[in-house]
Every structure is written in structure tokens, then in C-alpha cells.
Design a protein around this ligand. Sequence first.
Ligand code: A2H
Length: 252
Amino acid sequence: EGVQPQDYTLIKMEVLPPFPPKLGPLEGRRVYLAAATLRPETMYGQTNAWVLPDGKYGAFEINETDVFILSERAALNLAYQNFSRIPQKPTCLIELTGYDLIGLPLKSPLSFMEVIYALPMLTILTDKGTGIVTSVPSDAPDDYMALSDLKAKPAFRAKYGVKDEWVSVDILPIINIPEFGDKAAEKVCKDLKIKSQNEKEKLAEAKRLTYLKGFTDGVMLVGEFAGRKVQEAKPLLRSKLLETGEAIMYSE
Ligand code: A2H
């Protein structure tokens, strides 16, 4: 963990019923996959969510009605940030792995897609955020490459039980960066000739390029703040998501 605390927005992606047998004990609750993001203004472009297949997750009681699925580490942090039914003590209702989550249909705030699916990403870090990541392939190089891998490799889909229709999603333009166009992540990954989600160094460079330019020069193409700069829209959309209860603050 870094020395500086990192402030994330936790996006509440609601698990749509009917629940699979493994989530049966949660019937009647509002259940969310909770994803930590630094880019709340990109949530319009969500096409799926990411989980680590071998990752350990739990379904934790946040209050009387809501259950969050995330890592135990994040549940403990949240319990000290006033998000646990029992203060400072996470209550785990079910232990889960990423495999249990692959294919869950979700309704996620601001996304133009009615339903998005939880899919496997192999590079998720277990000691950052919640271990669940929301996917915006237009603007996040990691997301773009992980989705490209799944789209291009039937054996990879088969290995994790991913249905074709879960990955047949269009990449949605949501932000224009003058230097990189309307799908900056795709452009930069192609320019750098990145071949898979495992090319760590190249992806770090792609992230550096898009993150910097996106923040300074990016302009929103969609939503309530279309035409405004990314740096203006970011805090406004964060506040909006917090006010509507579609997200919460989370720091670590
Ligand atoms: B970001 P930082 Cl559009 N493992 O959200 C790997 N990556 C994780 C993670 C984990 N456990 N938890 C969060 N993340 C991702 C959106 C986004 C993000 C865009 C563009 C860039 C970007 C959609 N995915 O991040 O190390 C999440 O992806 C580029 C850094 O704390 C989160 O924000 O700086 C970001 O990494 C947090 O990374």
C-alpha cells in the first residue's frame, strides 16, 4: 500500500435476480458488486465488470438491506469507514471466489448498457480497491486489452465459462481526447502494439499517456456534462453518484 491515502469512488453494481444457487442465501437482499474507481466520470462507458477468477471474495452485510460482494480486506476497511451492519466488524454471509461471480448480470450506475456481465481479468490485484473492477474499454487500456483477449480467444472464454453474448459489446465513445480521439484506450493500445492484458510495461505506458491527456485535455461527449472538460465533470459526477446513493466514498 502507498504512503498517501487513495480516495476511490465505490460503484454499486446491482446483481440482478434470479440469483444463482450459490447466492441463494442472499435472496431478498439488495446485493451489489462494489468496484473501486478513480474515474467516476467514465461510468457511462461501462461494458462489463471484472473479477479475478482465483480471487477470494465475500458477501458482506453493509446495513440492514444492502450486501456488498468484495474482498475481505476491503470489507474490513469499509467497516472502519461506517459501512458495516456491525461497526468495525465485517459480517460475511457467504464466502465466494471469482469463479462464482463470472456471468452475474449487473445493473451499473450511468452505464448506457441495461445489463453488464462480470467477466474474468487475470491482472486484478488483491491488495488494491475491492478486487472488483468496472470496465470502461474506451478509456482504460487494461479494460480494453482484457476485453480484446476475451473477444479474440474462444479457448480463453471456454476456460472460464464465458458465453459469447457476454463479450459481444460495443466500445462506447464517452470522452474525446484531441490527441487520441473518441476511444483513447483502443487507439493507444493499437499504437503501442499491445498484444494481451499481460504486457505490463506497455500497458503502464498506455495508462500514463491516456490518464494524463484525458485529465488535462479530455472533453465529455455524453451525459449531463457533455461538452465540459473531464476535470470539471469528474467531481460533479462523483458528487451526483454519492447523492443518489449509487456510489459511496472509500479510501485506503
Ligand atoms: B479505473 P490506482 Cl476509465 N486491480 O476505473 C487492478 N486494477 C484495479 C483494481 C485492482 N484491484 N482496483 C481498481 N483498479 C483500476 C476506470 C478507469 C480506471 C479508467 C481509466 C483508468 C483507470 C474503469 N476501469 O485507472 O493504482 C480501476 O480502474 C488507471 C489507473 O489506485 C481504478 O480506476 O491508481 C484504478 O485501477 C485504480 O488504480
